[in-house]
Design a protein around this ligand. Structure first.
Ligand SMILES: [Zn+2]
Length: 180
C-alpha cells in the first residue's frame, strides 16, 4: 500500500514557509491507524480543530485526524509537516491529517485566535487537494477564504493582509508539477 504526502507546511511566527513533497511514503503505525477510527477525547488540539471547523461549511465530506508523531512509524516525517493528505487508490482518503506538534495547531490549541483561522485556512487548502485541486487551486481557495474572513471582519485586515502577502511569497509547490 502506497501512501504519499502531498503537502508540507510550516509556519514560524511571521515567516510562513511552505514546502511541498511529491511522494513520500508515510507508513502509519497500527496505533496511529487505530486512532483514526475512534473519536479522540476533547484535547486542546481537538478543541482547536473544532474551533477552526466552525469556519468551514458543515457539508464537507472529509474529517480531520490529529496524528501524534510519537506513534507514527516515521515520527521525523510527520514532525516535518503541519498537515498532509493520503492517497488511496486513484484518489485520496477523505481525511486531512494534522501533526499534533505543528506550531499552527499548538498555537491554535493555546487559544491564539489568529492561529485558529490559519488552521482553518490550512484545512481549506488541504480540502481543495482532496477534491483533486492543483496547488494553484488550493492556494486560490485559501486566499479566497482569508479574504472572506477579512470582508466579514472575522480576521483583522492587518493580519489578513500579512497572511496574504506571505502566501504570495511562497513558491509554487513541486507537487503540483510532479503530480499533474
Ligand atoms: Zn498544497
Amino acid at each position: 500500500m502506497t501512501r504519499s504526502i502531498r503537502t508540507l507546511r510550516t509556519l514560524d511566527g511571521a515567516r510562513i514557509v511552505l514546502w511541498t513533497l511529491a511522494t513520500v511514503a508515510l507508513p502509519l503505525s497500527d496505533h496511529a491507524r487505530a486512532s483514526e477510527t475512534r473519536r479522540l477525547p476533547q484535547t486542546p488540539e481537538r478543541r482547536a480543530v473544532d474551533a477552526a471547523l466552525q469556519y468551514i461549511p458543515a457539508s464537507r465530506d472529509w474529517e480531520v485526524v490529529v496524528i501524534d508523531p510519537e506513534f507514527a512509524a516515521d515520527p521525523a516525517a510527520i514532525r516535518a509537516l503541519d498537515a498532509f493528505t493520503v492517497r488511496e487508490g486513484a484518489g485520496f482518503r477523505k481525511k486531512v491529517y494534522l501533526n499534533r506538534e505543528s506550531r499552527i495547531l499548538q498555537e491554535a490549541a493555546k487559544g491564539v485566535d489568529f492561529y485558529v483561522k490559519v488552521l482553518a485556512a490550512l484545512l481549506v487548502h488541504e480540502a481543495e487537494h482532496l477534491k483533486g485541486g492543483t496547488e494553484s487551486a488550493a492556494r486560490r481557495a485559501e486566499r479566497q477564504f482569508i479574504q472572506d474572513l477579512m470582508a466579514h471582519g472575522v480576521v483583522p485586515t492587518e493580519d489578513g493582509l500579512r497572511y496574504l502577502a506571505l502566501l504570495r511569497l511562497q513558491p509554487e509547490g513541486p507537487h503540483d508539477r510532479s503530480d499533474r
